[in-house]
Design a protein around this ligand. Structure first.
Ligand code: GLN
Length: 545
């Protein structure tokens, strides 16, 4: 281990996925940070993709974008929201990245003529990346969340890397197993057998958990805790009960109730420090007592069978943060934009909402419906907030309906459009032609200047901002003047004035009609809501009155 004193906590899942491993890892970061330690949260995904950028959002969930432009798993968003630490590429690894680097080095003769083997060269590269994350973050404690669940074939090299680190420095490395305790309705009794199996899976690769977090719909009973502690020879205080809670922001509070922070520090041999989570606790409590609702429609295109929570997680959380900040309880309704394309009459359902959001997206499907929704919200003065694609939609809709350019479109949707009000930057043309899609968009943080007196400047209360991007297309400079003459205000621009970053209508024309070429949702925090989301929610509240 490079930096001897530093500590590592591996978070692995057992029994099944989707039980909140990311939130648990983020919460571990939060409680240790609140005790004065520098923490880093890292995600290791098992897939061969180099990053999450090329994976369908309805399949894998949101692609979270870091300051440096990394297109990462949505869990990095959870980490940022909980610990308020900025993610970069050091905080995210995949099987694809690990193999690509090992193969690159092999081609460069960096293995000096040796065989390059899955074992130990792959685990060694994983260890190198974990240590690089620690070094970048200068963290006292590095929390590494492994995607997937124990027992999966593709997890083996990652578990082996963790085992190698543990065997070198047992006192510096911990394993936390996030498990699930089902209560079959016919029995009405909580069962620990699947967790015992997951522990056995860990044993079979030479690992024993140091903590077991028992996710369940109810608290883990003392008997169950005792059984699990016996199976892995752990003191009972290392078995943590993690029942379903009112909001994800309760998870760190609940962990502290279980004395998790103190026990982790003791186990790592770190001195106890007093905790400071007062603001967080106040927010988690406040959320439960908010009664007044604000009704938001998200008109999008990535819907899986049940919920869109994963696909639009940062958007949902940003709405939550701002609504809670204003003392409101958000009620979000998902609308598949495609339906407006065959049934324009259905647009009138938008009247019942306090505001409409059109979030990011790619490809033509559903965009005509979004354009109709944007026009409807403008005409009916329903607050409208467009995020990236949503800003492009706003612009296209304005060009069609106010400038009368009926064929206006983005060249992404219609390469032959007579009025390509949205098109690519020159450097993107070759990339698209060569099908060079991975990590080639305009990605990560870029600065912008805000127009004095605009809605955007009024919200931010500053005139220079920096926000994260993920897009290939832009407002076509050739149409900027025409659109402005027709009343659209480009209130945010790149410092050289070439790229339009925010489009809006003045307050005198519309209560809130604004779109951003960037993704403000990546920077909202529970205790520091994003100013544009807050301005939107305020307009929604006004409409609801
Ligand atoms: N598809 C659009 C573009 O590439 C918008 C991207 C997005 O919404 N993130 O520019």
């Amino acid at each position: 281990m490079k930096n001897k004193g530093t500590k590592y906590i591996f978070v692995v899942g057992g029994v099944m996925s989707s039980v909140g491993k990311g939130i648990a890892a983020a919460s571990i970061g939060k409680i240790l940070q609140s005790r004065g330690y520098v923490v880093a949260n890292m995600k290791a995904d098992m897939y061969v993709n180099i990053d999450a950028g090329t994976i369908r959002p309805a399949e894998h969930g949101e692609v979270f974008v870091g300051e440096d432009g990394i297109e990462a798993d949505q869990d990095l968003g959870n980490y940022e929201r909980f610990t308020d630490q900025v993610s970069t590429r050091e905080d995210y690894i995949t099987t694809g990245q690990i193999y690509a680097e090992v193969i690159r080095r092999e081609r460069n003769l960096e293995y000096g003529g040796e065989d390059v083997e899955v074992y130990p060269d792959i685990p060694k590269e994983i260890i190198r990346r974990i240590e690089a994350c620690q070094e970048k973050n200068k963290s006292d404690i590095t929390i590494i969340e492994y995607g997937g669940t124990v027992g999966e074939y593709q997890l083996l090299p990652f578990l082996e890397a963790a085992r190698m680190m543990k065997s070198k420095n047992p006192e510096n490395v911990l394993f936390v197993l996030i498990s699930y305790l089902p209560t079959p309705s016919l029995l009405g009794e909580q069962k620990s057998k699947p967790t015992q199996r997951a522990i056995n899976d860990l044993h079979s690769v030479g690992l024993n958990p140091d903590f077991v977090i028992c996710r369940a719909d109810r608290p883990a009973s003392p008997d169950i805790k005792q059984t699990i502690s016996n199976v892995c020879s752990l003191p009972i205080e290392r078995i943590i009960s993690a029942p379903d809670v009112y909001s994800i922001y309760d998870v760190p509070v609940n962990f502290e109730k279980e004395n998790f922070g103190t026990t982790v520090l003791e186990t790592l041999g770190l001195p106890p420090k007093s905790k400071d989570m007062a603001d967080w606790r106040t927010l988690a409590d406040k959320i439960k007592n908010i009664k007044k609702e604000v009704n938001i429609a998200i008109v999008g295109k990535y819907f899986n069978f049940k919920s869109c929570k994963d696909t639009y997680i940062s958007v949902i959380e940003s709405i939550n943060h701002s609504a809670w900040g204003e003392g409101l309880k958000p009620k979000i309704t998902w609308i598949d934009s495609e339906k407006y394309e065959t049934d324009e009459g259905a647009l009138s359902e938008l009247d019942q909402f306090d505001g409409v959001i059109v979030p990011g997206g790619f490809g033509k499907r559903g965009t005509e419906g979004m354009i109709l929704a944007a026009n409807y919200a403008r005409e009916k003065k329903i607050p409208y907030f467009g995020l990236c694609l949503g800003m492009q939609i706003l612009t296209i809709s304005y060009a069609r309906n106010i400038l009368g350019l009926k064929g206006a479109n983005s060249t992404e949707m219609d390469p032959e459009s007579p009025d390509p009000v949205i098109n690519t930057m020159a450097d993107q043309v070759a990339k698209i032609q060569n099908k060079n899609y991975g990590a080639t968009m305009r990605l990560g943080a870029y600065p912008a200047n805000l127009k004095k007196g605009s809605v955007a400047e009024g919200a931010y209360k500053i005139d220079k901002i920096s926000e994260r991007h993920r897009h290939r297309y832009e407002v076509n400079p050739k149409y900027v003047k025409k659109l402005e003459e027709a009343g659209l205000v480009f209130s945010g621009e790149s410092p050289d004035g070439v790229l339009m970053e925010i489009a809006e209508l003045p307050k005198t024309t519309h209560p809130f009609y604004l779109g951003t070429q960037f993704h403000p949702e990546f920077k909202s925090r529970p205790l520091a809501p994003h100013p544009l989301f807050t301005a939107f929610i305020q307009a929604c509240e006004e409409k609801g009155k």
